[in-house]
Write a protein that binds this ligand. Structure first.
Ligand code: PEP
Length: 252
């Protein structure tokens, strides 16, 4: 039985440590007194320390939204998996479509990030998903397969088993449009089957595959009820403790 994982991607919002700590406190108060669903929040790097401090002693995990795949060096403006780990972070969103689009991140670079995260004991949340044009062209599975093969290249079955995959159709992120539960389920089932061949049947059965893309309290229950949807990566609706808590409630 896979434990569902609901993670909040705060994007470039709530970077003020005091405001971020207040939001984290709200999340803890409204949802942390259960252990049936894993809950995580991923604030901007500037608020990571404050949110880690706020979440200490609670079951809410804290993660970063990105990392650079070297431990340290002359990489101005970047932060490493080692730094995130030292701060108390325990996961990292990698390959988010906003990073693929605006920062031209390619699968081989994302693969290095996944490896760096694993090397430092961070759980990577590896994001994959097609654009609207790619869906219209009927190449969703091909795109997702390329991203998964690239992002997971060179990893052992055991390493793949430590990763969370987030299927996020790009056209649904921040747009208010979401994939229908049936369409999302079909891609999740495809991903799980592919993981079976990239890792093993056992790993594919255990690995969590989140859906992301305008998940909100109104549509969460139906999406999360699908057989292969094991949680959500939530952007906009994670910025208010009440709506984030309602999604966690829907996962219970
Ligand atoms: C995201 O940022 O990963 C995301 C899914 O955003 P939203 O929920 O706002 O669509």
């Amino acid at each position: 039985m896979r434990k569902k994982i609901i993670a909040g991607n705060w994007k470039m919002y709530c970077g003020d440590p005091a405001k971020a700590a207040a939001l984290a406190k709200g999340v803890i108060e409204s949802c942390a007194c259960q252990n049936r669903v894993e809950v995580a929040v991923c604030p901007p790097a500037t608020a990571l320390a404050a949110v880690v401090e706020t979440c200490r002693g609670s079951s809410v995990r804290v993660g970063a939204q990105n990392l650079y795949p070297k431990d340290e060096g002359a990489f101005t403006g970047e932060i490493s998996a080692a730094f995130i780990k030292a701060l108390g972070g325990s996961l990292a969103i990698l390959g988010h479509s906003e990073r693929r689009t605006y920062f031209k991140e390619a699968d081989d670079f994302i693969n290095l990030k996944v490896k760096a995260a694993l090397a430092h004991g961070l759980t990577p949340i590896l994001c994959v998903g097609e654009t609207e044009k790619e869906r219209e062209d009927g190449v969703t599975e091909k795109v997702v397969e390329t991203q998964l093969r690239g992002g997971l290249a060179g990893l052992s079955a055991d390493e793949i088993g430590q990763i969370v995959i987030a299927y996020e159709p790009v056209w649904a992120i921040g747009t208010g449009k979401n994939a229908t539960p049936a369409d999302a389920q079909a891609v999740h089932a495809f991903i799980r089957k592919l993981l079976g061949s990239l890792a093993s049947a056992d790993v594919a059965e255990l690995i969590r595959i989140q859906y992301g893309g305008s998940m909100k309290p109104e549509n969460a229950a139906e999406l999360l009820a699908q057989q292969d949807i094991d949680g959500g990566l939530i952007g906009g609706a994670s910025l208010k403790a009440e709506s984030f808590a309602a999604i966690i409630q829907a996962a219970l």
